[in-house]
Design a protein. Structure first.
Length: 287
């Protein structure tokens, strides 16, 4: 087929003419000048849009920064206010705890216990004193008082308890002063009272007990709050729950007979015992 026929019957000159006119088969085609103008307009529009977006982002950023700063300032003020409130609560709690501690100390003293720093050390010493009496002095009393041939158990227990009472007075009175006696002074007094103090077993144990008693008294004397042994207590009027029976538990017909070891009593504005006294309980009288 002839080329002119393929082009729809248009000659090469006619085709060029159509290109120059910007028309191709009925479609208008922009000229290069117009295309350049459109491209420039499009670039200008994109630049304007970019500038607008950047400015909008800057404004939004400034707004968010300002809002964040305001919120941060508000949060800081709220935190400061909360800290002040917490400080106030802490002060109130401290006052409440102090009041509870004071009340707890009073209750603990009333119950024979102690929880404050001032009384806790005395409570430890009171327990140490009771241990010395109930264990060490008990053994010393047995060594000093062997059972007699015609002696019954009740009389033996009474004699041994009396010896322990003598040891307590010699070793711990006065409680709030350092030991001023020598061990030989105490041994001499026990000998004067008719006790056999020359046995090697007794001498060995007595030396250790004397050192413990001297250490306890020295510690008590060094504390700011004073303490003493309550030798003035009237055991005949003591209820059963306010003393420790030395020989056996109180029962029907029994009664406190004499004081073996006084209560450890802490001083201060309200002197109170931190331990119960040891009391020899007389056996029930047979009907």
């Amino acid at each position: 087929m002839h080329e002119d026929t393929y082009r729809g019957g248009q000659s090469e000159d006619e085709t060029s003419l159509y290109h120059d006119m910007g028309v191709w088969r009925g479609v208008k085609v922009p000229s290069s000048a117009k295309r350049d103008k459109y491209q420039k307009d499009l670039d200008d529009w994109f630049q304007w849009l970019r500038a607008e977006l950047q400015e909008d982002l800057r404004q939004q950023s400034r707004f968010l920064v300002a809002q964040t700063r305001n919120r941060a300032d508000g949060l800081r003020q709220a935190v400061d206010a909360l800290a002040d409130r917490l400080d106030g609560v802490d002060r109130k709690v401290d006052r409440l705890l102090d009041a509870l501690r004071n009340q707890g100390v009073r209750n603990a003293i009333d119950d024979g216990r102690a929880t404050s720093d001032k009384h806790r050390r005395h409570l430890e010493l009171a327990q140490k004193y009771q241990t010395l009496v109930r264990q060490d002095l008990l053994v010393l009393g047995r060594l000093l008082c062997p059972k007699g041939a015609e002696e019954d158990d009740t009389e033996l227990a009474r004699r041994r308890a009396q010896v322990v009472a003598q040891l307590v007075e010699q070793l711990f009175q006065p409680l709030d002063e350092p030991m001023s006696k020598q061990s030989d002074d105490v041994l001499g007094r026990l000998t004067e009272l008719g006790h056999e103090t020359e046995a090697a077993q007794f001498r060995g144990l007595f030396g250790a007990v004397f050192r413990k008693a001297a250490e306890l008294r020295g510690t008590v004397a060094g504390l700011p709050l004073t303490a003493e042994l309550d030798f003035a207590v009237d055991v005949s009027v003591l209820p059963a729950d306010e003393y420790q029976a030395w020989n056996h538990a109180p029962g029907e017909g029994t009664a406190p007979e004499f004081l073996v070891a006084p209560a450890y009593r802490v001083g201060g504005e309200r002197p109170q015992p931190l331990s119960s006294p040891f009391v020899f309980v007389a056996p029930a009288v047979a009907p």
